[in-house]
Design a protein around this ligand. Structure first.
Ligand SMILES: [Zn+2]
Length: 177
């Protein structure tokens, strides 16, 4: 898991990492933390997630239109994109140079910026296809095995969902879609 911190993200108090839940891109913490209610910090393509297949850059990396729910919060939670574009030593996202006008459900008309994901699938926090839990980089934590797909189309299952019957597993999934 590639994790990073920035003074512009929760004042650098917590590490963050990217997760992909289908075609949703999320900013999450790499492990559970008692100070935070949820590991999901932001949904990075809040109004622009598409159920369609991922779009790819010329370099064969996934792209999405950045529209973070975080940026709709009152200050000081702004400039998340800028924070992510300037992470050292490796920025997890890069601008493709394309922008488009979009109308968001919240916040009205705004410019959406297209970004390219610069981390590899193996560097993402894995999301359980069924229950939506995030895997953890805590020492000794189980890694979620892949159940289907390749690269950025892979799906994973957490240990507790793997031990359920197919029916119970699908019930977990239907709770969150
Ligand atoms: Zn699960």
């Amino acid at each position: 898991m590639y994790s990073f911190s920035s003074p512009k993200i929760l004042k650098g108090a917590f590490d963050a990492t990217l997760a992909r839940d289908g075609s949703k891109w999320l900013l999450v913490t790499p492990k559970g933390n008692g100070f935070l209610e949820t590991r999901q910090l932001a949904h990075l393509n809040h109004s622009t997630a598409s159920p369609d297949a991922i779009t790819w850059s010329d370099g064969n990396r996934p792209c999405f239109w950045f529209d973070s729910d975080w940026d709709r919060q009152p200050q000081p939670w702004s400039d998340l994109l800028e924070a992510l574009l300037t992470i050292e030593p490796k920025a997890p996202l890069r601008r493709t140079g394309r922008t488009q006008k979009m109308t968001a459900e919240l916040g009205g008309e705004r410019d959406a910026v297209e970004v390219e994901v610069m981390v590899d699938e193996d560097e993402l926090c894995k999301v359980c296809f069924y229950c939506g839990d995030f895997d953890s980089d805590r020492l000794g934590a189980e890694t979620y095995p892949k159940i289907e797909g390749d690269g950025f189309t892979s799906t994973y299952s957490c240990g507790s969902c793997t031990s359920l019957s197919l029916e119970a597993r699908n019930a977990e999934r239907s709770k969150r879609i």
